[in-house]
Design a protein around this ligand. Structure first.
Ligand code: FAD
Ligand code: NAD
Length: 486
């Protein structure tokens, strides 16, 4: 550890570690302070690599294969006999992937001459040219030290929101948050989930596929309120058909541990009821995490909601101090955190990149996936556009059918006056990859006609993007068109 650096990054999640690597590439002297201990070892990679994006996707993949082997192979003429699942092996595989990736990040920091300081970072004073940061090592035999830097990036991320009606205790393992739900040692017979958001749908799907009876309680009257209404409607139907019991407009009002189960009380239409579960996952959103991050005289301004206040370029109110990722406004997504980290560092270096917040992709990794970029039909109408839309059902896509994936649809939203593409929405196999086409098209200010004129390979699921664009003008080929043709 040096006494002074060009840049100190506090937080080694996707936002922080990418910022540190990019700064190393640009020749800055960099320290990345990360206090996380995962399964007894100091770990980089933040929420995403340790207890978020990656482990959840590992379990989604294992559980999907299990369900597929049980129910989907027969129609192909493949017989398997009894299919079993070894939960501890599945969890071991997940841990292996986490370890491989977090170890990889440690190597990347080293390879880019970034000092990983294992402990807590606190910005004591961010004013002036030499910012003061206290470093408190994880190893308490070492002394706390004050180090300085010309620039600081705050990247402390987020933690799950607590609700008083269901107190999380991951150690006890009955009422858990997403972290606890990634480590169940057996399949709960009945699983309750509070919150039908991204985590509720992903982790609810994992355990349902493995055999749990899953009930999801959602306080809002509308399912997936942030998604396009047509896609949300289709998603609701498909997920219910798969067996997720999603109860909207239902508010959990209490929970009580009774033996090794939990009794959940909830209200719907003014009526109170109680049901018993073996496990309960609380996933009602996340909040910015700024404990021990800011000293009393840091000078950093927070918003009312406890986020660090930043402008469009992630600059805080103090010159030379930036904040990124889940700690600041905008969606709590790893790729958004990463791009903000790169933007902050390159701006420090004198360049002028700008994250395009209009084209941040959302993906929910259910099966089929639900994904979107840009405006929903309603958002475009609310923004004053004269809107035209086109959509195409996967049931008429040859490749999707050949893969037994003929469920879902793809929708485009455009400005009827200029033909400019404003959004792309999908529920389909690989929807998360599919909507990248919309993102690239939007970045290049494409019209719907541009998508109509391109040649999409046959047979691919992407052809449904082509057909959705054609259908915006009543020209889709593999669907009867009711719209007036152009
Ligand atoms: P974090 O990843 O939270 O990293 C911040 C790090 O800072 C932490 O490791 C913390 O220990 C450290 N830290 C905090 N304070 C200090 C301090 N004072 N000193 C030192 N270190 C400190 N996003 C997606 O885009 N795709 C997904 O598929 C996805 N899946 C998810 C699944 C789950 C179950 C969860 C919980 C989240 C998921 N997310 C996903 C969200 C994603 O994990 C976050 O958006 C992302 O990790 C944010 O990155 P970050 O760098 O801002 O913060
Ligand atoms: P979320 O905001 O996606 O969903 C929370 C849901 O809980 C909402 O539908 C909300 O209406 C509901 N809710 C809130 N309070 C409630 C209550 N008291 N009772 C019942 N329902 C209640 O939050 P999350 O699922 O916890 O995920 C947290 C964050 O992590 C999200 O911001 C998300 O961006 C990120 N994440 C992303 C991915 C991904 O990109 N695939 C996966 C997991 C998590």
């Amino acid at each position: 550890m040096k006494d002074s650096y060009d840049l100190i990054v506090i937080g080694g999640g996707p936002g922080g570690y990418e910022a540190a690597i990019r700064a190393g590439q640009l020749g800055m002297s960099v320290a990345c302070i990360e206090k996380r201990v995962y399964k007894g070892e100091p770990a980089l990679g933040g929420t995403c690599l340790n207890v978020g994006c990656i482990p959840s996707k590992a379990l989604l993949d294992s559980s999907h294969r299990y369900e597929s082997a049980q129910h989907e192979l027969e129609e192909h003429g493949i017989s398997t006999g009894d299919v079993g699942i070894d939960i501890s092996k599945m969890i071991e595989r997940k841990e292996g992937i986490v370890k491989q990736l977090t170890g990889g990040v440690a190597m990347l920091l080293k390879g880019n001459n970034v000092d990983w300081l294992q402990g807590w970072g606190t910005l004591e004073d961010g004013k002036g040219d030499s910012k003061k940061v206290t470093f408190t090592p994880l190893d308490d035999s070492q002394e706390t030290k004050t180090i300085t830097a010309k620039y600081v990036i705050l990247a402390a991320g987020s933690v799950p929101i607590d609700i008083p009606v269901a107190k999380v205790d991951n150690e006890q393992g009955i009422i858990v948050d997403s972290t606890g739900a990634l480590d169940f040692t057996e399949v709960p017979k009945r699983l309750g989930v509070i919150g039908a958001g991204v985590i509720g749908l992903e982790l609810g799907s994992v355990w349902r596929r493995l055999g749990s009876e899953v009930v999801v309680f959602e306080a809002l009257p509308e399912f997936l309120a942030a998604a396009d209404k047509d896609i949300a409607k289709e998603a609701g139907k498909l997920l219910k058909k798969q067996g997720l019991d999603i109860r909207v407009n239902t508010k959990v009002t209490g929970s009580e541990i009774k033996g090794d189960q939990v009794e959940v009380t909830f209200e719907k239409d003014g009526e109170s009821s109680t049901e018993t579960f073996d496990k309960l996952i609380v996933c009602v959103g996340r909040r910015a995490y700024s404990e021990k991050l800011l000293g009393e005289n840091s000078g950093i301004q927070l918003t009312e909601r406890g986020l660090v206040e930043v402008n469009e370029q992630c600059k805080t109110n103090l010159d030379g101090v930036y904040a990124i990722g889940d700690l600041v406004r905008g969606p709590m997504l790893a790729h958004k955190a990463m791009e903000e980290g790169m933007m902050a560092v390159e701006r420090i270096h004198g360049e002028k990149p700008q994250v395009n917040y209009d084209t941040i992709i959302n993906v929910i990794y259910t099966h089929p996936e639900i994904a979107w970029v840009g405006m929903t039909e309603q958002e475009a109408k609310d923004a004053g556009y004269e809107v035209k839309t086109g959509s195409f059902n996967l049931a008429a896509n040859g490749r999707a059918l050949a893969q037994s994936e003929g469920q879902g649809s793809i929708k485009v939203v455009a400005d009827a006056k200029t033909d400019r593409l404003l959004g792309m929405h999908a529920i389909s196999v690989g929807a998360g990859d599919i909507v990248h086409q919309g993102m690239i098209a939007m970045e290049f200010a494409s019209s719907v006609e541009d998508l109509q004129l391109m040649t999409f390979a046959h047979p691919t699921v992407s052809e449904a993007v082509h057909e959705a664009a054609l259908s915006a003008d009543g020209r889709a080929i593999h669907a009867i068109q009711r719209k007036k043709r152009k």
